[in-house]
Design a protein around this ligand. Structure first.
Ligand code: GLU
Length: 482
């Protein structure tokens, strides 16, 4: 029998609504490569007012765990990609898969194969010895005799034996698979009755009405098998988009060290989900030279057919740059929320808006933002030794003491502007320059000679606390000298 497969797909004629899905296997956390795929699926569905579905591919009971599945869902919540309907868990659908295996048997499109492991091994060895590609030889395909005793059969699908399968991939273009190079009557159900990976993926995509399968190109070689199953069951074949991988800056496979980690690690390291999504959308897709994309802009411009054909390179600096951008433009309330898990609660801080204005200019991550906030909000527990050695002397401490004394006569100082005017006239009287006083004020305020704009931090710390911090520095230094 000769099958000449030439599946030409025309979505416009077949489907009315775009349905995409993200289908992670819960073998670990949600990886950023996975999140990029999910984002592309999400954008394409939302842009078309279609549906974005989430399916957990947890049929491999030995390798999958409930914790991993929950972690993936949690990561999804963090980035805010909302999916439609309930999550589909494949592990709940074994009965359903069995009915489709049976359907194929009933239609004569699948059959029981009773080959033993020894027979399969022998076949394989002789094919290798003859320099042939190891493949199942179809010996039970048209079998009608008495099955051998004591063997639980596997179920194999009748795949084409010759010809080509042509995939019109939305990214890669036309991909031609030669049947003789890569297909045989592959197994759709194992001898214990459990369905195989390609079978369940196909059944689910078809039953869930998925029109557009956007996934990593590591799945490209599964696609002809899945197309065979679609055809056998008379299901419509979706549009496939196989997305190239993310590489490290040296063009190698992205490793953990390069950033191929759990999406939640990014939260832990102080990245905002907006920055991460913006970063990921650009890894493999572009719209002119634009780098910064709001969600609306992504939805306006994204189209999976514009995804690059070649792999893209991960660039941590760019992610940091985007993160700094999103921190700068975030609202006060949002920054307060994201700071909380980093141990900074600004609810009781009167000057929080001033504080956030000052520090957000200097932070690339929420972690840095939190450290800057803490540096200003908490009195210094210790002082940077290098700064002390460089800037503190008897004279400078003396000057600082006089500054505190003068401050005490000005209890109404409040704004940065007030502190600036006051300090300037103090410096005039003393005949000293700001560059001689500023570092020691900084050491007194935040423990180091670097800080955001000095008068801003005086305003934020507040008049009486400013005096207390100066006195604390003076007393610890006098203590040192004694
Ligand atoms: N479960 C597969 C994975 O995590 C994805 C399958 C698919 O998208 O078709 O790689």
């Amino acid at each position: 029998m000769i099958h000449n497969f030439n599946i030409i797909y025309d979505r416009g004629k077949v489907f009315t609504m775009v349905v995409t899905r993200f289908a992670p296997s819960p073998t670990g956390y949600l990886h950023i490569g996975g999140l990029r795929t999910a984002l592309y699926c999400y954008l394409w569905a939302r842009k078309n007012k279609g549906k974005f579905l989430l399916r957990i591919e947890d049929t491999d009971l030995a390798r999958n765990s409930k914790e991993a599945a929950d972690a993936i869902v949690k990561a999804f919540e963090w980035v805010g990609l909302d999916y439609d309907g309930e999550i589909v868990y494949q592990s709940n659908r074994f009965d359903l898969y069995a009915t489709y295996v049976q359907k194929l048997l009933d239609m004569g499109k699948a059959y029981k194969c009773y080959m033993s492991k020894e027979e399969l091994d022998a076949l394989r060895e002789s094919q290798i010895a003859n320099k042939e590609r190891p493949r199942y030889d179809g010996r039970y395909r048209d079998f009608s005799g008495t099955p051998p005793q004591g063997i639980s059969p596997v179920i194999r699908i009748k795949a084409p034996t010759e010809g080509k399968i042509v995939l019109h991939d939305g990214i890669k273009g036309e991909v031609v698979f030669n049947v003789s190079d890569m297909l045989d009557d592959f197994i759709i159900a194992r001898s214990d009755g459990t369905p195989t990976y390609n079978f369940v993926v196909t059944i689910d995509d078809a039953l869930m009405g998925v029109t557009d399968v956007i996934r990593g190109d590591d799945h490209l070689s599964n696609t002809p098998k899945q197309m065979v199953i679609y055809e056998a069951l008379g299901f419509k074949i979706p549009q496939f988009f196989h997305v190239p991988m993310i590489l490290n800056p040296d063009g190698k496979k992205l490793s953990k060290r390069d950033g191929a980690t759990d999406v939640m690690e990014y939260q832990h390291d102080g990245f905002l989900p907006e920055a991460l999504l913006n970063f990921l959308v650009r890894l493999g897709w572009s719209h002119g030279d634009q780098e910064i994309f709001s969600m609306e802009e992504m939805l306006t411009w994204f189209n999976p057919k514009d995804i690059n054909k070649s792999a893209s390179a991960y660039n941590k600096e760019k992610l940091l740059w985007l993160n700094a951008h999103y921190i700068k433009q975030a609202s006060y309330g949002y920054l307060m929320d994201v700071l909380k898990p980093f141990g900074v609660d600004l609810v009781a801080c009167e000057k929080r808006e001033r504080l956030l204005d000052v520090i957000k200019e200097r932070a690339k991550t929420v972690q840095e933002l939190a450290a800057l906030a803490q540096q200003i909000l908490d009195k210094p527990l210790h002082y940077d030794q290098e700064a002390i050695e460089k800037f503190l002397s008897k004279e400078s401490l003396n000057l600082l003491g006089q500054y505190a004394q003068a401050l005490k006569n000005e209890p109404t100082l409040n704004s940065a502007h007030d502190f600036e005017n006051f300090t300037k006239s103090f410096l005039n009287e003393q005949g000293v320059k700001l560059k001689d006083l500023a570092p020691i004020i900084r050491i007194a305020m935040v423990g180091s000679s670097t800080s955001p704009a000095i008068f801003d931090i005086l305003e934020i710390i507040g008049y009486s606390e400013v005096i207390k911090r100066i006195e604390q520095l003076i007393s610890t230094q006098e203590g040192e000298k004694r």
